[in-house]
Ligand binder design. Structure first.
Ligand SMILES: C[S@@+](CC[C@H](N)C(=O)[O-])C[C@H]1O[C@@H](n2cnc3c(N)ncnc32)[C@H](O)[C@@H]1O
Length: 315
C-alpha cells in the first residue's frame, strides 16, 4: 500500500489496560467472545490464549487493513471468525446471534492509523485529508469540509472537539475553500494554526479540530450508542461488556448506558419510582477504572483511558 510503513502490520500498539480488560471479560474456556475493535489484535490475542478448543472469538473492525491483519494472524485458527464492519452492526452477524459471553470495545484510532500518513488522520504527517477508518464508506474529511455549511463545521468542532475557537476556524475553512479545496492534512493543520493562538504550546493548535472531524467523519458516537445496545442484546446472562473510552463524550455515553440499566432512576416527590418497578438488566462492575501507575509511565495513550465493565443480568 502506497506510503505505508513497513511495520504497519506489526503489533506496534501496546494493548491498553490489558490486565483490567482480561479481568473484566472473565474469559471462560468454552465461551464466545466478540472483539469489536480488533486494531492489531493485542487484546484479541489475550482472549485467545485463555480460550479452550471449544471457545469462539469473533473479530470485527471497520478498517480493512486491520481485517487483513486479523485474517493473516488468526484466520487459520478454527476458533476465530473475522468480519469487516462497524460494531454498531454486530447484532446482524449470525455468529453473534448465537449469543456472547463477552464483548470488548477499545474505542478510537489505532497507532497504525495515526502513524501512516496516507490514512490522513495526522496533522504532523502530510497526507490526503481522509480520516476514515473504513476508506470505502462515507465521506472523507476533505469531502465533508468541501461541502458542509460553515455553521455545521463550527458545531462539529465545538461539540466533538470542545474547541472554543470553533467559529473562527470554520470561517477560515470556508474562506480558504472558496479559493481552492483543502485536500492535505498539513494544509488544514497550518490553516488552523494561522487563526488559533498557540497557547501554552503543550498541544498543537489543530489537535482538537482533528479529533472533532475524525469523530464526525466516522460517526463514532452514534456507532457507540448502537454498538452498546447491540452488545447488550446479544450478551448471554452473566456475559460481560468491557469498554475503553479515550474521550469524555464517549465515556459519558458508556457511563449513562450502564447506569440507566443498573440503577433505578431517582424519583421525585411528584413521580416517585417504586424500586420494585425497576428491573436492572446490567450490573455495574467496579465503576470507572484507570490505568495503573506502571502503565501510565510507559504508555502515553493510557493516560486518557477510562475502562468500564458491565454484566448482563439474568432475565
Ligand atoms: C484502539 S484500536 C484497538 C486496538 C486493539 N484493542 C488492539 O489491542 O490492538 C481501535 C480500533 O477500533 C476500530 N474501530 C473504531 N470504531 C469502530 C467501530 N465502530 N466498529 C469497528 N471498528 C471500530 C478502529 O478502526 C481501530 O482499528
Amino acid at each position: 500500500m502506497a506510503g505505508e510503513r513497513a511495520d504497519a502490520h506489526e503489533p506496534s500498539h501496546l494493548p491498553v489496560m490489558w490486565t483490567q480488560v482480561m479481568d473484566g471479560l472473565r474469559v471462560r474456556r468454552d465461551g464466545r467472545y466478540l472483539d469489536g475493535t480488533f486494531g492489531r489484535g493485542g487484546h484479541a490475542r489475550g482472549v485467545l490464549d485463555l480460550l479452550g478448543p471449544q471457545g469462539r472469538l469473533l473479530l470485527m473492525d471497520k478498517d480493512p487493513e486491520a481485517i487483513v491483519v486479523a485474517a493473516e494472524q488468526f484466520g487459520g485458527d478454527e476458533r476465530v471468525a473475522v468480519r469487516q464492519g462497524s460494531f454498531a452492526a454486530l447484532g446482524a452477524w449470525d455468529l453473534a446471534q448465537e449469543g456472547l459471553d463477552g464483548v470488548l470495545f477499545d474505542l478510537g484510532v489505532s497507532s497504525p492509523q495515526l502513524d501512516v500518513a496516507e490514512r490522513g488522520f495526522s496533522f504532523r504527517n502530510d497526507g490526503p485529508l481522509d480520516m476514515r477508518m473504513d476508506p470505502d464508506s462515507g465521506e472523507s474529511a476533505a469531502e465533508w469540509l468541501a461541502r458542509a455549511p460553515e455553521a455545521e463545521i463550527a458545531d462539529v468542532l465545538w461539540t466533538f472537539g470542545e474547541e472554543r475557537l470553533s467559529r473562527r476556524i470554520a470561517r477560515a475553512i470556508v474562506a480558504r475553500r472558496a479559493e481552492s479545496p483543502i485536500t492535505r492534512t498539513t494544509e488544514l493543520a497550518e490553516l488552523i494554526a494561522s487563526v488559533v493562538p498557540r497557547g501554552d504550546g503543550k498541544i498543537h493548535p489543530a489537535t482538537r479540530s482533528f479529533q472533532a472531524i475524525r469523530i464526525h467523519v466516522n460517526r463514532e458516537l452514534s456507532d457507540l450508542e448502537a454498538g452498546l445496545a447491540a452488545a447488550q442484546q446479544r450478551l448471554r446472562p452473566g456475559g460481560r461488556l468491557v469498554v475503553i473510552s479515550f474521550h469524555s463524550l464517549e465515556d459519558r455515553i458508556v457511563k449513562r448506558f450502564i447506569a440507566e440499566r443498573a440503577k433505578a432512576p431517582p424519583g421525585n416527590r411528584r413521580m416517585p419510582i417504586a424500586p420494585a418497578l425497576f428491573t436492572p438488566t446490567l450490573l455495574d462492575i467496579g465503576g470507572a477504572q484507570r490505568a495503573d501507575e506502571g502503565e501510565l509511565d510507559q504508555n502515553v495513550r493510557s493516560r486518557s483511558a477510562v475502562l468500564r465493565v458491565a454484566e448482563k443480568v439474568a432475565a
